[in-house]
Structures are given as structure tokens and as C-alpha cells.
Design a protein around this ligand. Structure first.
Ligand code: SF4
Length: 345
């Protein structure tokens, strides 16, 4: 069987077995598709669903998002991680409104000029919403295509990425199938997410197994090849969490760049000693040291050491202010801090 059957098989499979009830599929228009694509970067569908629903409820249109304060956007994004996405999202919404009258461009090149929109997100919007014949290339799709083609080049190199993009272009629907471009794009994403799993691909259920070269070789998990490894660093932070009898916590806003940029955090120190020096000696005995834990960021393992301290409401801790529990849900708080402050946040 030749590869010209690939696109029709994906489209037909998507119609019968693909995902049709994801919250962002209710309307294939650019705003929800864009929002979901940004949220889904490095994040599971199961996690994104609730965040997406909350965002759409609060910001039903791109104009609502553009008009919002960044703090509110960060608050709604809290816990989703990779916070630069939220800042880009806000900037992108403002640019779409200010420079394009609230309308997303249809063209892939124009879409990519917007903040936070890379080639794959642009292709997703153009193909899902406008039926354009362009190939997305997110992690799921990359896995399906490298296996289909037994593409053994190292995707750490830009030459290999270009070659794969060219081959992906050759696989796009042609003839009458072009009208089903959105189902082709959705089908590739669905196949990668539900059948062609990273470690245990379900080749027996795959609509393209007769075309798949990695399956024929019996080596699907050999693909994709990518030798690039993230350089990870470890960093330790002591979080001093001053709390009043009424439950208010002293929080300050982080700078606009770096770890947890623009989020609200308690005073942070690089050592236990530094944290102790920030507290009057008479209070040292009442400081509660919680078991440290590791919070994993993209390039870093953050070793967090929470220190709880009950203090009078008249105390101050430099920059920042007291925030009552009723205020917390509206604040952009890093996920580990949300957990430390209490369940239900
Ligand atoms: S046959 Fe197996 S390896 Fe090939 S695309 Fe399908 S699930 Fe993936």
C-alpha cells in the first residue's frame, strides 16, 4: 500500500474513533483553538480541560482576555506551569485586538508573527479553523510520522527537522480529502495521543499499521530519534511563609523574568541561615520546618524548604503585603505554593 492512502485512512479513523468531545472542539474558531493549543504545550489534556473551561467562562472572547489585568490572567493560569505561556497569551490577545481588530489572521506566516505562536500552533489554527493544507508538528505528530516513515535522522539537528517537515508536507491530503483538513490534523493528534503511545504503541488498533515502516520492522519505539538532552540544574530555596492569626500570608510579586516570573510568592532565601537572619531571634523557636520537596521545572529541579512562621499582623517583610485567604484564588501563585497554602486552591 502506498503512502497516498495515509491521509484518507487518518481522516476516516478520526471520524469514527477520534476525539470529538474536547471542550475546545465545540467551535473550531481561532480563539478557543489558539487558547487550547497554548495550554496543551507540555501539559496533559486531562489537566488542561478544567483550565480551559475556566478561561473561556471568564474571557469568552479575545477582547475580554486583552482587556484583563495580567495579574488576573496569571491567577487563572496558576498551577498550569510554564508561566511564560500565560504572559505571551495575554500579549498576543492584546496584539490581535489592537492591530487586527480582534480577528486572528488566517495565514500561517502572519500567525507566527504573534507572540507565543510557533510553527505548530500556527499550523493547528490554520488547518483546524481555516482548512488550510499545512502540517502541524507537535510531539504526538512527530512520533506518529517518524514511526510511519521509520525516520531515523536525529531530530536534535535542524536539517532533520526540515527533512521531516518536508515529508510531512508530502503526506497532506490531496483531491477531495483536502476538504477534511481539520479532521486530518485532529486525527494525527488523536492517533499520537490515544494509540501511538511513546512507550507502548497499540499497533493492533492503528489505522495505518499496514503502512507503518517502524511497525513492519518491529521497532516502533526506536523512533523518534532525538539525542538532545536537557541540561538540568538543581537549586534550593527556603520559603519563609509568615502567617497571621487570621490566616493572611505575606506575599510579594516576583520580577517579570526568571523562575515564577510575575507570580506571588512568600519571601525566598538561598539558605536556611539567610531565612533565620530575616526573622527576629525570639521567633526562631516557633518556626515550623516542613519536609523539603522537589518541584520539577523545565531546566531545573527546585528543592523547596518551607518554613512556616506565625507572626503578628503588624509585622512586615520588606516588599509585599498581607493577603487574606479570600484573595488567594485571584492571585497568580506557583503550584507548590498553592499546595502549601491549602487544599481547594
Ligand atoms: S503502527 Fe504502531 S508505531 Fe506505527 S503509527 Fe501505528 S501505532 Fe504508531
Amino acid at each position: 500500500m502506498s503512502l497516498h492512502r495515509f491521509a484518507p485512512l487518518i481522516i476516516e479513523w478520526q471520524r469514527r474513533h477520534g476525539r470529538h468531545d474536547l471542550p475546545w472542539q465545540k467551535s473550531l474558531t481561532p480563539y478557543p483553538v489558539w487558547l487550547s493549543e497554548i495550554m496543551l504545550q507540555q501539559t496533559q489534556v486531562s489537566t488542561v480541560k478544567a483550565y480551559f473551561e475556566r478561561f473561556i467562562q471568564r474571557f469568552p472572547a479575545v477582547q475580554d482576555l486583552a482587556q484583563a489585568e495580567l495579574d488576573e490572567v496569571m491567577g487563572l493560569w496558576s498551577g498550569l506551569g510554564y508561566y511564560s505561556r500565560a504572559r505571551m497569551l495575554h500579549r498576543c490577545a492584546q496584539m490581535v485586538v489592537q492591530e487586527n481588530g480582534g480577528v486572528f489572521p488566517q495565514d500561517v506566516a502572519a500567525l507566527q508573527k504573534l507572540p507565543g505562536i510557533g510553527p505548530s500552533t500556527a499550523a493547528a489554527i490554520a488547518s483546524l479553523c481555516f482548512g488550510q493544507a499545512v502540517s502541524i508538528m507537535d510531539g504526538n505528530v512527530r512520533r506518529v510520522l517518524t514511526r510511519l516513515l521509520a525516520f531515523g535522522e536525529d531530530l536534535a539537528t535542524s536539517a532533520a527537522q526540515k527533512n521531516l517537515n518536508r515529508l510531512a508536507h508530502d503526506l497532506l491530503p490531496t483531491g477531495v480529502w483536502v476538504q477534511s483538513m481539520h479532521q486530518y490534523t485532529q486525527g494525527l493528534m488523536d492517533l499520537g495521543a490515544t494509540v501511538c503511545h511513546t512507550r507502548q504503541p497499540q499497533c493492533g488498533q492503528c489505522p495505518v499499521k499496514d503502512l507503518c515502516q517502524a511497525h513492519a520492522k518491529g521497532l516502533p519505539t526506536n523512533y523518534p530519534v532525538n539525542t538532545r538532552k536537557l541540561l538540568r540544574r538543581a537549586q534550593s530555596w527556603w520559603l519563609l511563609i509568615p502567617t497571621t492569626a487570621q490566616g493572611a500570608v505575606w506575599l510579594r510579586k516576583r520580577p517579570a523574568s526568571g523562575i515564577w516570573a510575575s507570580l506571588y510568592v512568600p519571601p525566598i532565601y538561598d539558605s536556611h541561615q539567610q531565612a533565620l537572619q530575616a526573622v527576629p531571634t525570639v521567633w526562631h523557636a516557633r518556626m515550623q520546618v516542613q519536609t523539603p520537596f522537589v518541584h520539577v521545572l523545565t531546566h531545573r529541579d527546585l528543592h523547596l524548604h518551607p518554613l512556616h512562621l506565625r507572626v503578628p499582623a503588624t509585622s512586615t517583610w520588606g516588599e509585599g503585603q498581607w493577603w487574606a485567604p479570600a484573595d488567594w484564588p485571584e492571585l497568580g501563585l506557583p503550584a507548590p505554593l498553592r499546595r502549601l497554602l491549602g487544599p481547594g486552591l
